[in-house]
Design a protein around this ligand. Structure first.
Ligand code: ZN
Ligand code: ZN
Length: 418
């Protein structure tokens, strides 16, 4: 299984081999483009990973989630190979470089390139994507291709990479027009090439993040902006209703094509103005803690695919252990209990809250009081917001029982659940 998961990354091998060969055997930089492709793929993967991390940090964004439903394991399985499109686009990029060797000698920066890239994007890529997307929703093409992307009802940054081979080839054309077009008219530069592709991925991830990060006041102050740049609410509506909001990044084209969902702005206002008081109180809370440093890296906001399976120690975790240890120590200084995950069962909302302390800290006599205080605050907060049942994980229960008792009166509603 692990072998199958990583074998596709061997396709990056020829890029590295070609670059090393020209560098050390030919002592020339003629194949520097191989290195650019590798670096660009790594940065694109990082953009998606950082968005995934943010999207899964429920303690930061729970109030502004567009869809309050969670992502199920089936969707995680469907989106497992979300990054394969990076390999495809790297291969397409290499064909372009081999056919047009002049692209190797691009200057570092040319301001004219930025302007022509924007013009080509707005004038050609945006309308091209809009019409291709509408075509992919036709009764003939949708069941053949685009249903795959729409399998994901609750969007996630990795959903952006979840599409069929044909759709990814079409996206190569959409990306290629502004980048290669700029290079062919003589204004191309390395910075514009990197910036456009990374900004493209950033905006695709933003649209699929399921977290409304664009404040309503921004659209209110500059009304035109809502037609220039879309928001996560806007694209989520496309995944839910499918007959509207087809644009790439600019709702202007939906307005011109008469496919703009009229509920987009009111829903955006409602979501971006939510506060913690609008939140639904969970019916059940499990108050957990971190078991050890290694298992702390099993959190969904680190590696979603890894965290979707049962925990086991993996080799790739070892280099990250020191970093995780520092983070855990930093949490000791100042962190409160936070929302870690949630799920719905038969209409009941169940949440897992984490006491940010690791197993070994529970056995340090000088740490007990602080941990107890965190548990007490979490229980009182649960009572305040109307949680019906709270359950404590093993060490949390243990430390509560050995403590002298609540500083305040035990909440009556929760007494039986503790
Ligand atoms: Zn989508
Ligand atoms: Zn669609």
């Amino acid at each position: 299984m692990i072998f199958i998961c990583i074998v596709q990354y061997l396709l990056y091998g020829p890029f590295l081999a070609k670059f090393i060969h020209s560098m050390y055997w030919k002592e020339s930089m003629e194949d520097i483009w191989c290195l650019h492709i590798l670096v660009l793929c790594a940065l694109r993967g990082l953009v998606h990973q950082l968005w995934s991390t943010y999207s899964n940090m429920l303690y930061l964004n729970r109030t502004r989630r567009v869809s309050q439903q969670g992502i199920d394991y089936e969707q995680i399985d469907h989106e497992w190979d979300w990054d394969n499109f990076l390999i495809l686009q790297a291969i397409v990029g290499s064909f372009v470089y081999l056919n047009f060797p002049s692209l190797v000698n691009l200057p570092l920066w040319d301001v004219r390139g930025l302007i022509s890239c924007l013009i080509l994007h707005i004038g050609i890529s945006e309308p091209l994507f809009y019409w291709m997307h509408r075509l992919l929703h036709s009764s003939h093409l949708f069941p053949l291709y685009h249903w795959h992307h729409h399998e994901s009802k609750i969007t996630h940054p990795f959903t952006a990479g979840h599409a069929t081979f044909l759709e990814h080839l079409l996206l190569c054309v959409v990306i290629g027009i502004p980048t290669l077009g700029t290079a062919f008219i003589g204004y191309g530069s390395i910075i514009v090439m990197y910036s456009y592709i990374l900004a493209f991925d950033f905006l695709r991830c933003l649209g699929h993040s399921n977290v409304e990060i664009i404040p309503h006041c921004l659209y209110q102050r500059v009304p035109l902006l809502r037609y220039v740049i879309y928001c996560p609410t806007y694209h989520s509506l496309h995944h839910q209703e499918m007959k509207t909001n087809f644009c790439l990044f600019m709702p202007l084209y939906d307005m011109l094509g008469n496919t703009l969902n009229t509920a987009s702005w009111s829903l955006h206002k409602e979501i971006s103005s939510r506060t913690s008081t609008d939140e639904r109180a969970p019916d059940f809370v499990f108050l957990a803690h971190i078991v050890d440093i290694m298992s702390s890296m099993h959190a969904p906001f680190l590696f979603r695919s890894f965290s979707s399976g049962p925990f086991s120690t993996r080799l790739f975790l070892l280099p990250m252990w020191p970093f995780a240890f520092v983070v855990v120590l930093a949490m000791w200084l100042k962190t409160k209990t936070f929302l870690f995950s949630f799920y719905n069962i038969r209409g009941r909302l169940n949440q897992t809250w984490i006491v940010p302390r690791v197993g070994f800290q529970y056995f340090l006599p000088f740490a007990a009081e602080g941990i107890n205080k965190l548990i007490e605050e979490a229980i009182l907060r649960a009572d305040r917001i109307g949680v019906k049942v709270i359950s404590l994980a093993a060490l949390n229960k243990c430390i509560r029982l050995t403590d002298s008792g609540f500083r305040q009166e035990k909440p009556s509603k929760l007494r039986n659940g503790i």
